[in-house]
Design a protein around this ligand. Structure first.
Ligand code: NAP
Length: 255
């Protein structure tokens, strides 16, 4: 008996990285999972690699979370093919780092579009189902960069915006049986952090070693660390928790 038996979860940006780690954990605990990602073939491939205990079915759906047409079609497809919707994780993300004086308008707009507009559109489409059935869980993905990070004015603003968005949705949707929380990861080993190492012209292992040195637990994080927190927040064990941002960062945000 898994915590998510009979539940349907949709996770954006889940063809790899943190999202795939969360999808794997939800599937292990019995959920039917829809992997939503930009490239449908990658999403389908990732869905095919998820564990399948019991009756669960998984699908991969290609969608750009910044497009309302894509989002509405994706959510409708998930509900039709998997028979409902109970959990949404807004995880899709990109970085376009640069110091303020070099940041282009496109760098700003793209980051806002994926993180903030994407979370808005997906949550709006999902809440129609959640409110009607008086049950739903939304887990948003913020970041320790929300607290400020050199070269990430766009990303930092978006990730702090996610925290305000989370608190507001918690207030609006709580009376309808919907919990809305966020996770703010610290350094997690994924292609995103490997790309940052490349941009900084650092060896990947050296970048990870330096990042581990910066937090009290002296290690980097892995998608499984975020998956454990997401599974808790999306479960009924967390039904009295809403509007919160949980930092899963080895304590780096403590300063
Ligand atoms: P990742 O490995 O780069 O994976 C992100 C996924 O999102 C990719 O599969 C990407 O697809 C997809 N995606 C990008 N834009 C999209 C869009 N418009 N619509 C749908 N899917 C889209 O990143 P990650 O490290 O797992 O990060 C996941 C989330 O955690 C992000 O929100 C990120 O900001 C946040 N986060 C990460 C860290 C970290 O240390 N890794 C720390 C704090 C917060 P493509 O491959 O096709 O681009």
């Amino acid at each position: 008996m898994g915590r998510f038996d009979g539940r349907v979860a949709v996770i954006t940006g889940a063809a790899r990285g943190i999202g795939f780690g969360v999808a794997t954990r939800f599937a292990e605990e019995g959920a039917s999972v829809a992997i939503v990602d930009l490239d449908e073939a990658s999403a389908v491939d990732a869905a095919g690699r998820l564990p399948q205990p019991g009756q669960a079915t998984h699908i991969g759906v290609g969608a750009n979370v910044g497009s309302s047409a894509d989002v509405n079609a994706a959510v409708a497809r998930v509900v039709e093919e998997l028979g409902g919707l109970h959990i949404l994780m807004n995880n899709a993300g990109i970085t376009r780092d640069n110091l303020l004086f070099k940041m282009t308008e496109d760098d700003w707009d793209l980051v806002m579009n994926v993180h903030l507009k994407g979370a808005f559109l997906m949550s709006q489409a999902a809440q129609a189902h959640f409110v009607a059935q008086k049950y739903g869980k939304i887990v948003n993905v913020s970041s320790t960069s929300a607290l400020g990070n050199r070269g990430q004015a766009n990303y930092s603003a978006a990730k702090m915006g996610i925290q305000g968005f989370t608190r507001t949705l918690a207030i609006e949707l709580g009376p309808f049986g919907v919990n809305v929380n966020a996770i703010a990861p610290g350094f997690i080993v994924t292609e995103m952090t490997d790309a940052t190492a490349a941009r900084l012209k650092l060896d990947v292992d050296e970048f990870r070693r330096l990042s581990a040195e910066h937090n009290p637990v002296k290690r980097v994080g892995y998608p499984e660390d975020i998956a454990a927190a997401a599974a808790f927040l999306a479960s009924d064990e967390a039904s009295y928790i809403t509007g919160q941002t949980l930092y899963v960062d080895g304590g780096v945000s403590l300063g």
